[in-house]
Design a protein around this ligand. Structure first.
Ligand code: PNS
Length: 164
């Protein structure tokens, strides 16, 4: 059996937070190459544009060896993986609710193209983090500086007119 070399870490990353970073870092210890795939779902309203989400990921991650950042487009994740020759998808799991949500998608993705999903249990230090919660806490004046990378914090705290 061929060893797994390239994996995709997909997500909206709206915005990227330290829980994502921890999973991406651990994934990069398991695989030679990681593609961080930033998704676009036309049915979703994002706080940050695709360009901003890509920029935040690049500013935070692109200095790291073996990690590239790509827009996933609006198609299937399984097709993105096939196009990029990825052996696996890596997802972080915080709670049993995450697993309940993720397992059917993992099974569907395997049926679509044979790509496997590898689940990494989130470190307990990050299980309370979600992009949704951080946006809410940040918008109501809570201190989120310890939970997001610097480039994200800068954008989260910039006045709306200051954002592109
Ligand atoms: O950060 P998110 O919003 O939880 O990321 C969800 C994502 C992008 C991983 C998921 O929505 C996805 O895989 N979207 C691509 C469309 C697709 O392949 N849908 C079928 C999944 S079986």
């Amino acid at each position: 059996m061929r060893s797994m070399r390239r994996a995709v870490c997909p997500g909206s990353f709206d915005p990227l937070h330290n829980g994502h970073l921890e999973i991406i870092a651990r994934a990069s210890n398991l695989f030679d190459e990681i593609i961080v795939a930033v998704s676009t779902n036309p049915a979703k309203r994002y706080r940050f544009s695709l360009d901003e989400r890509l920029q935040m990921a690049r500013e935070t991650l692109s200095a790291l060896r073996g990690i590239t950042i790509e827009a996933m487009g609006e198609g299937l994740l399984a097709d993105f993986c096939r196009r990029h020759g990825a052996d696996a998808i890596v997802k972080g799991v915080r709670t049993s609710a995450d697993l309940t949500f993720e397992v059917p998608m993992a099974t569907m993705n395997r049926h679509l193209t044979g790509v496997e999903t590898v689940f990494l249990a989130a470190d307990p230090a990050y299980v309370h983090l979600s992009s949704t919660l951080l946006k809410e806490v940040g918008s109501l004046g809570g201190d989120i500086s310890g939970f997001v990378p610097r480039s994200v914090y800068r954008r989260m705290t910039a006045p709306p007119a200051g954002r592109a």
